[in-house]
Design a protein around this ligand. Structure first.
Ligand SMILES: Nc1ncnc2c1ncn2[C@@H]1O[C@H](COP(=O)(O)OP(=O)(O)OP(=O)(O)O)[C@@H](O)[C@H]1O
Ligand SMILES: [Mg+2]
Length: 300
């Protein structure tokens, strides 16, 4: 199992770097998706760890077919919110409605079965598994052959395994890892492991994928490739909720943003609105710097 901390060193400095420039986004789906409704609706969600309130009464909705960004300074509660949505940690209070169904008390595997997949801020995979086995493992959660079929190598089990392998190979090609199927997962470069995690997530055929800092530790070229890949994931019909500190990446890719600070939702909306929101600027820069900027009438 490899656990590598997300590399913070590449986070762009300065407000323009942090909040980025908003440009025309290719393949903007917002018009198509507005009418499709919320796939995920979180309300009044809270979590505390002993004395510390990590997530405090957070509410927001993720529209089906969109890329939704969850941003905020370090320690804002983003990963905790992902853990609450995927079921890794239980909520103290609040509601999580996914596909019209209340899931806040369901265990992790039940939420995965309903179509929630995720990747982790610190890559989690078994280094000694092959690349193909890693993706296939993502598919096994949704397979129907009972366990004892595998013990006796029955035909239904064999047919399912063949189908899983074919789909895993297709997914490896989709994420740009064709030809690497037989390699050890632990031998892949860092950016490749992040792509492998995405392929593993897709193998479970999710409706919603939670991506925690997918661009962490990537160089600008890899980050641009990742943005292209995630647009293609959305085109496959998968809704994306992503946490990311690379603001250029976020502003370019996301249709909607939710901003957290100290566990609270402080802003939300389209990237162009959010990047000029005074509360967001203050959360990133601190009160004094935000006031100086406002006094100068400077645009972020
Ligand atoms: N298991 C835990 N036990 C105690 N405190 C925790 C636990 N998990 C998170 N926290 C605390 O909750 C707060 C929110 O942490 P979280 O990891 O959700 O932030 P984040 O927004 O993902 O930060 P980053 O951008 O650095 O990844 C932090 O103060 C953190 O120390
Ligand atoms: Mg985090």
């Amino acid at each position: 199992m490899s656990e590598r901390p997300g590399d913070m060193s590449e986070r762009p400095e300065g407000l323009s770097g942090r909040l980025g420039n908003v440009s025309e986004r290719p393949g903007d789906m917002s018009e198509q998706t507005e009418s499709r409704g919320a796939l995920l609706r979180v309300s009044g969600l809270s979590k505390h760890f002993r004395g510390l309130v990590a997530v405090a009464g957070v509410g927001f909705a993720v529209e089906e077919g969109t890329v939704h960004g969850l941003i905020g300074p370090n320690g804002a509660g983003k990963t905790t919110l992902f853990n609450l949505i995927s079921g890794l940690v239980p909520a103290d209070e609040g509601a999580i409605v996914f596909g019209g169904r209340e899931i806040v008390r369901l265990p992790v595997h039940a939420r995965a079965g309903l179509g929630i997949a995720r990747t982790f801020q610190n890559i989690r995979m078994f280094e000694d598994m092959s690349v193909l086995e890693t993706v296939a493992a993502g598919a096994h959660a949704r397979l129907s052959a009972p366990v004892w079929h595998c013990l006796f190598d029955l035909p239904r089990y064999r047919a399912e395994e063949r189908a899983v392998a074919v789909e895993a190979l297709e997914l490896l090609e989709f994420v740009g890892l064709a030809g690497r199927a037989g390699e050890r997962a632990g031998d892949l470069a860092y950016g490749e492991q992040r792509r492998l995690e995405i392929a593993r997530g897709l193998a479970s055929r999710p409706r919603l994928m939670l991506l925690d800092e997918p661009a962490a530790g990537m160089n600008p070229h890899e980050t641009a490739d990742l943005a292209r890949l995630l647009r293609r994931v959305r085109e496959r019909g998968v809704t994306l909720l992503l946490v990311e500190h690379d603001m250029g990446f976020v502003m370019e890719l996301c249709d909607q943003l939710t901003v957290l600070n100290f566990g609270r939702r402080i802003a939300g909306g389209a990237p162009a609105e959010v990047r000029t929101d005074p509360a967001v600027i203050e959360a990133y820069l601190g009160k004094k710097a935000a006031a100086r900027l406002a006094a100068r009438g400077a645009k972020p």
